[in-house]
Design a protein around this ligand. Structure first.
Ligand code: FES
Ligand code: FES
Length: 157
């Protein structure tokens, strides 16, 4: 079967596997992380047709034709595939580092979806959008600051 990931079609073999493992093991897209495997932590969040979605909770076959965006698909890339500019959310998290960073990909993908629907979110909106994603280091204030900074960067761009 075929999946549309980060704007490119990929033939995949294991349609009955969770999307998370197809991304990581079959396609080498290891920016999507495993945390709990049971839909609780949000580490494995990708964008499925623009919506934050836990990739451990659906099979590749269930994704079907819908476009998937992973962490690797956010940055602007040149013709040689090299990154030429980070996405504003990535840039903001670079400027506002977390502790272990394990939760980072899920928070980045969730923030990308938030800013796509609300380019100027207030603090409560940022907190509400981030709340389904756990941070075992308790870095929620840092995460909220990074998302607010991302909104600024996106507006400046
Ligand atoms: S690994 Fe998918 S929600 Fe935790
Ligand atoms: S920074 Fe360690 S889990 Fe969030």
């Amino acid at each position: 079967m075929r999946l549309l990931i980060n704007g490119r079609h990929h033939e995949i073999e294991h349609g009955d596997e969770p999307l998370l493992w197809v991304l990581r093991d079959e396609l080498g897209l290891t920016g999507t992380r495993y945390g709990c495997g049971v839909g609780i932590c949000g580490c494995c969040t990708v964008l499925l047709a623009g919506r934050p979605t836990r990739s451990c909770q659906l099979t590749a076959a269930e994704v079907g034709e819908r476009p998937v965006v992973t962490l690797e698909g956010l940055a602007e890339r040149g013709p040689d595939g090299k990154v030429v500019a980070l996405h504003p959310v990535q840039q903001a998290f670079v400027e506002t580092p977390l502790q272990c960073g394990w939760c980072l990909p899920g928070h980045v993908m969730t923030a990308v979806a938030l800013l796509a629907r609300d380019p100027d979110p207030d603090e409560a909106t940022i907190a509400e959008a981030a709340s389904p994603n756990l941070c075992r280091c308790g870095g929620y204030n840092t995460i909220k600051a990074a998302v607010a900074r991302a909104a600024e960067l996106a507006r400046e761009a």
